[in-house]
Design a binder for this molecule. Structure first.
Ligand SMILES: [Mg+2]
Length: 341
């Protein structure tokens, strides 16, 4: 059989609004489109390197160079290839996710079926939260108006900035639905309890990563305040992190570029469920090429935060996913959709 051939290119994405969290802001982002070719069919994935996890475009490209020789000649041997990728480029889980999801796209295309069916999962029809970054009160008002006008009925808001209470007041003036909060490590074990008490009256569904990802035991007293479910995001990268976190949080946020793709995400979902944790599936700002694989497994989680491509002004892979009033569904087609050429 012919060897699988790996290629990649950078793509530049632009956000509709400046996108800011407690860790900083961006107006544009570069990601890497990865393709795996075998006997004329192509599977695609996207690497979205994040400095938060020590990832970079240059590091990703160096890792991809290494991956070229690891793919073998059997497009269905995904588990074996994944083992080799983890052995060789463990620090670049964004790259592992891109290659591994491209392999799923390719295998499903060979079998002429969508990836969700190839995985034995139902066709996803998933409501996503829509995220509102840290911004000035006037900008928040405008973003909320836009989100509600577009039909989103669950909002996720970044906190940990200087206008948190004002932001939440503005949102609650026009929105009484499910509100997810994410502090992106913005607080300390000393400041967090007071912050959590302040935001509790706004009745959030949950709060992500209030304090540094390096602090595990310190999450427990925040959970024990009993004011809102506390989720680990930055602290929860891989399957073993769930074991470490299971007694200090109520839930975990799983993302493909942290864990390394579909198979690792599904493993984490099962471990988290066995540990009695709630599960959120998240993403980074990316094109729909990185969202489509997450959408394929999103029927297995409690909360989907898959709006990374909806924040873009120009999504080159918009044709892969339909979004109707916050309801995400894959477009018809094999693999992740599209023509696969
Ligand atoms: Mg988060």
């Amino acid at each position: 059989m012919a060897k699988l051939k790996l290629e990649w290119r950078r793509q530049t994405l632009h956000t509709r609004h400046r996108w800011a969290t407690a860790q900083g802001g961006i107006n544009e982002k570069q990601t890497i489109v990865v393709s795996v070719e075998h006997e004329g069919l192509i599977g695609r994935g996207e690497a979205t390197p994040s400095a938060l996890f020590g990832q970079s475009l240059e590091g990703a490209e160096a890792a991809l160079e290494e991956c070229k020789e690891l793919l073998g000649d059997d497009p269905f041997a995904i588990a074996e290839v994944l083992d080799r990728l983890i052995d060789h480029v463990d620090d670049e889980r964004d790259v592992i996710a891109a290659v591994e999801t491209a392999l799923h796209d390719l295998a499903a295309r060979k079998l002429k079926m969508p990836v969700w069916r190839y995985l034995g999962l139902p066709e996803p029809r998933i409501k996503t939260t829509f995220s509102i970054g840290i911004a000035t009160p006037d900008e928040i008002r405008e973003k909320v108006r836009e989100a509600l006008a577009a039909g989103f009925d669950r909002l996720k808001v970044k906190v940990g900035g200087e206008h948190d209470l004002k932001t939440l007041q503005i949102i609650r003036e026009s929105f009484d639905g499910p509100l997810y909060l994410d502090a992106n490590q913005g607080w300390t074990p000393e400041t967090a309890p007071a912050k959590i008490r302040e935001i509790a009256p706004f009745k959030p569904v949950l709060l992500e990563q209030p304090i540094s990802k390096k602090l595990t035991a310190e999450l427990k007293p925040l959970r024990e305040l009993g004011l809102m479910p506390i989720f680990a995001d930055e602290a929860c990268e891989r399957p073993t992190d769930i074991i470490r976190l299971k007694d200090v949080v109520d839930g975990v946020n799983i993302k493909f570029n942290k864990c390394g793709g579909i198979r690792q995400a599904l493993a984490m979902i099962e471990i988290a469920r066995a540990c009695g944790l709630q599960i959120m599936l998240g993403c980074f700002v990316s094109s729909s090429l990185a969202i489509a694989p997450a959408l394929a497994v999103a029927s297995r989680v409690d909360h989907a935060d898959l709006d990374g491509a909806l924040l873009l002004a120009d999504d080159p892979f918009a044709s892969l996913i339909a979004c109707d009033k916050g309801l995400l569904t894959p477009r018809a087609g094999d693999g992740f959709g599209g023509d696969g050429k």
